[in-house]
Design a protein around this ligand. Structure first.
Ligand SMILES: [Zn+2]
Length: 586
């Protein structure tokens, strides 16, 4: 690649008006300009785009930028042309262009005016486009949102798998792959699929110290809680994510009824409404956007102050990316997720409709999210560990588990029985199944496996099931261990979310302790709200009654259950040693 725009610093100043690079930007740009493949892992807001935009401006030929969303593409092209003060410097080529507009784009590329050509993978696979691109000098390929290549990523797009063969057809040039979220296994998958195993890898820290993470238990008061939370952040911008379009509409309506300026956003709305709602949010005419995950990619609003997940997200990776839209200016960003095991069951049902290989992956991603939600370990530690980044601090000081450590509950033989049941069934069954066994429920499934004949069956008949479920999930093998036992797929990094306190376990002959699964936290002070009357308001929950302070739940397990012979201290000592070695013990 022949740089013709002078050195990188003067190019940065000339094209973008910046005095200095951020983080790894300069090293990345120099490596790419040197002709080497580059893999860039940089959290949202880190200045990813500049890593290919600047080299494109400095290189001979046109850079092919492969990007997944047409709407996103237009924004980036507009921004680029504005920066450079040149309407031909960047173009996009996709199905939304008229024939004459597409011809103009091609003419600008051929004349050398265009330095960046954005294409969607679908457009890249078209024969006429391949033929055209073969006829022009290409400086390099940039694959944006590269995690879409991996089926282990949260946003897998099969057409991304065809990028490498097409690059070979057009002509091999350096490749820069960029993403804001990639676990080690996603990264491995991306590099392998793009044929860039030897690429220079640049990873930035995933730790967003300004973001506060919290998980709240979802119950019938959740709508009220949400209203109170948003009211306590009056005048600030926020996003509320829901899993379904229907839920988006309901929550947006519920918030509006409660005098919150909220608008819906999902793929089921027509394009004009979507874009009007998005603009209203960007231009502060609405405080809250209630959306499916369709909203957010490429949205550059630096002062989003909170991101709420009304439903549990399908993967931790997606969760990280979505929460990453808060506090991009470095200011406050509160990330609240509502969690209910029932939501997980609903998602599991949806997963059953998918093709079998996809089922396994989706279930796995969900298990990891559930571990996050139920864990008493620092949220930041879990998230960073998920992305392969160690976090050694004892207390991050900015998550619910660190600021308000959970109450512990005592449990003795139940813990032994849970371990016993998990092991006796070959560590292959879901937590709900194990719970059914422990409480002595003869389901068809249990009978078909003849597990009602096991000694451990029915040994916890009078234990709170929710606590039991949390306990079982804690003693089950870590997700990666389940995965490696059922699949030959290579797993690179194992997230670990078991949250049993080591000290209690080591001398747990009589009493084990377990973090209370859903301990109610001390309510923070919130502004008073006054009732309003309206029949419609009354119909769609309007929440203005004085807040009821939730009673702190305390689970106390029976201390001397009738035990089977296997639930003995000796058996416990044996089984404890068999707990997953990579368990995170707080
Ligand atoms: Zn923490």
């Amino acid at each position: 690649m022949e740089p013709f725009g002078g050195d990188v610093h003067s190019a940065l100043k000339r094209y973008f008006g910046f005095e200095a690079f951020k983080g790894n930007q300069e090293a990345i740009i120099r490596t790419l300009l040197g002709g080497r493949d580059v893999f860039v892992l940089m959290p949202t807001g880190g200045g990813k785009s500049l890593c290919y935009q600047l080299p494109a401006l400095m290189s001979e030929g046109v850079a092919i930028v492969i990007s997944p969303l047409i709407a996103l593409m237009k924004n980036q092209v507009d921004a680029m042309c504005q920066y450079a003060g040149n309407d031909a410097i960047a173009h996009f080529l996709n199905s939304s262009l008229s024939r004459s507009a597409a011809n103009q784009v091609r003419a600008d590329v051929v004349s050398g005016k265009t330095k960046m050509l954005y294409v969607a993978p679908e457009s890249l696979t078209k024969e006429e486009n391949i033929k055209f691109l073969r006829s022009v000098p290409v400086s390099f390929y940039a694959v944006d949102e590269a995690h879409c290549i991996s089926e282990w990523g949260h946003d897998f797009r099969p057409e991304y798998r065809r990028i490498r063969p097409i690059i070979k057809e057009i002509g091999v040039r350096p490749v820069i792959a960029l993403t804001a979220t990639a676990t080690p296994k996603v990264q491995h998958d991306v590099q392998r699929n793009l044929g860039m195993a030897d690429a220079a890898v640049f990873k930035s820290s995933f730790n967003r110290t300004n973001l506060y993470y919290e998980v709240r238990y979802k119950n019938k008061d959740t709508d009220r809680d949400l209203v109170r939370f948003i009211r306590s952040n009056a005048g600030k911008s926020g996003i509320v994510y829901c899993l379904s379009r229907k839920r988006v509409e309901e929550i947006a309506e519920m918030l509006r009824v409660n005098d919150i300026r909220a608008l819906p956003y999902h793929a089921g709305l027509d394009a004009a409404t979507r874009s009007a709602n998005q603009d209203a949010f960007l231009h502060e005419q609405a405080d809250v956007i209630v959306a499916t995950i369709a909203f957010g990619m490429g949205i550059d609003k630096p002062d989003v102050r909170f991101v709420v997940h009304y439903d549990i997200p399908k993967s931790l990776e997606g969760y990280y990316q979505e929460t990453g839209r808060a506090g991009r200016d470095g200011g406050e960003g509160r990330c609240i997720a509502y969690y209910s095991p029932k939501d997980v069951q609903k998602l599991e049902k949806l997963i059953q409709g998918k093709p079998v290989p996809e089922q396994e992956i989706s279930r796995q991603l969900l298990v990891e999210t559930q571990y996050y939600a139920e864990s008493s370990v620092c949220r930041r530690k879990i998230l960073l560990h998920y992305f392969g980044e160690p976090y050694e601090e004892e207390n991050c000081g900015n998550c619910d588990n660190c600021l308000h450590p959970r109450r512990k509950v005592e449990c003795g033989q139940e813990l032994v029985c849970a371990i016993e049941a998990v092991q006796a069934t070959g560590e292959r069954f879901r937590a709900e199944y194990i719970v059914n066994m422990l409480v002595g429920r003869r389901t068809d499934e249990i009978r078909s496996h003849r597990h009602h004949e096991l000694e451990v069956f029915g040994t916890c008949t009078d234990v709170n099931e929710r606590l039991l479920a949390a306990m079982v999930r804690s003693v089950r093998p870590s997700p990666s261990q389940i995965r490696s036992s059922v699949s030959a797929r290579k797993v690179e990094a194992a997230p670990c979310f078991v949250s049993l306190p080591t000290s209690s376990l080591s001398n747990a002959q009589k009493t084990g302790t377990l973090p209370e699964a859903f301990a109610a936290r001390k309510p923070s002070s919130r502004p008073n709200t006054q009732p309003r009357s309206s029949s419609r308001r009354a119909r769609i929950n309007s929440f203005f009654a004085p807040r009821q302070v939730p009673r702190v739940r305390t689970y106390r397990l029976r201390s001397s259950p009738s035990t089977s012979s296997s639930c003995t201290p000796a058996a416990l000592a044996t089984t404890l040693r068999k707990l997953p070695e990579d368990s995170c013990m707080p």
